[in-house]
Write a protein that binds this ligand. Structure first.
Ligand SMILES: Nc1ncnc2c1ncn2[C@@H]1O[C@H](COP(=O)(O)OP(=O)(O)OP(=O)(O)O)[C@@H](O)[C@H]1O
Ligand SMILES: [Mg+2]
Length: 242
């Protein structure tokens, strides 16, 4: 995998709304997701973080508004799925294969890729996430952190330009959290990442904060956000100072 390649991708949202059962969950969201930047997606429970990630991953479609990739309007959510990969909170629910290797290969097999190409790609990715010595292991026997690394590997084989992570640390113990954060940090500047989390102190390497408040989203510079947070955003005292 050419990890050093610059990936010119930019996603723009223009007045994006998402409604479900008559309830407005995302409200007139306009913002720019820049190339190879890391965004922390923060906000209270129920503010719309997971919904926004699902929309960016092409899992749900906006009720109104437009999305652009590199200035070109997205007409079909498949266009997003081609460039975006999403990793969810619980690694266990993302395991499909009966060995680490098989699990990492799944997405490529689904695309009908040649077996020797799959093998090469899986080798590269397992090395990146540090699971090369575990390839024949049953994924369910891995520690939480290693399982989350595998969930990330299974997405990385598809070479997403944008990596979305929804609370990737919340099911993990402290050591595993650090481990997964270090892996994500190694992609900083090489991939676009959006990480929904309540554990912002693990992500001091992030460039920007997307703050969600009751379905509205605003983008802040990372340092200025934590220096001078919005009035209704409570940062636990033990996290300060940044
Ligand atoms: N499919 C759905 N149908 C109806 N309401 C939904 C649906 N999905 C989410 N919601 C509601 O949308 C709002 C935003 O939910 P969402 O899960 O995106 O928030 P969140 O910021 O990820 O919260 P958390 O921090 O708890 O993960 C909530 O009020 C939730 O109850
Ligand atoms: Mg959520």
């Amino acid at each position: 995998m050419e990890r050093r390649r610059s990936q010119n991708i930019q996603i723009r949202l223009e007045k994006v709304n998402f409604e479900s059962n008559g309830k407005r969950i995302l409200k007139d969201i306009s913002m720019m997701i820049e190339n190879n930047m890391t965004y922390l997606l923060v906000g209270r429970n129920g503010s719309g973080k997971s919904t926004l990630l699902k929309l960016l991953a092409g899992i749900i479609e906006p009720s109104s508004g437009r999305l652009y990739i590199d200035g070109k309007e997205v007409k079909d959510s498949w266009e997003l799925r081609e460039i975006v990969g999403i990793v969810f909170q619980n690694p266990q629910t993302q395991i499909i294969g009966s060995t680490v290797e098989e699990d990492a290969a799944f997405g490529l097999e689904n695309l009908g890729i040649e077996p020797d190409v799959i093998e090469k790609k899986v080798n590269e990715v397992l090395e990146i996430v540090g699971l090369q010595d575990y390839r024949y292991k049953d994924p369910l026997e891995l520690s939480g952190g290693f399982m989350q690394r595998l969930a990330i590997a299974s997405i990385l084989v598809l070479d997403p330009k944008v990596l979305l992570l929804d609370e990737p640390l919340s099911m993990l113990d402290k050591e595993s959290k650090k481990d997964v954060v270090n892996l994500l940090k190694s992609f900083h500047g090489e991939k676009t990442m959006i990480v929904a989390t309540h554990e912002f102190d693990y992500f001091k390497f992030a460039d920007y904060v997307i703050y969600m408040d009751n379905g509205n989203a605003s983008v802040y510079d990372f340092k200025s956000f934590f220096k001078d947070p919005p009035k209704n955003f409570i940062i636990p005292a033990w996290i300060k100072p940044f």
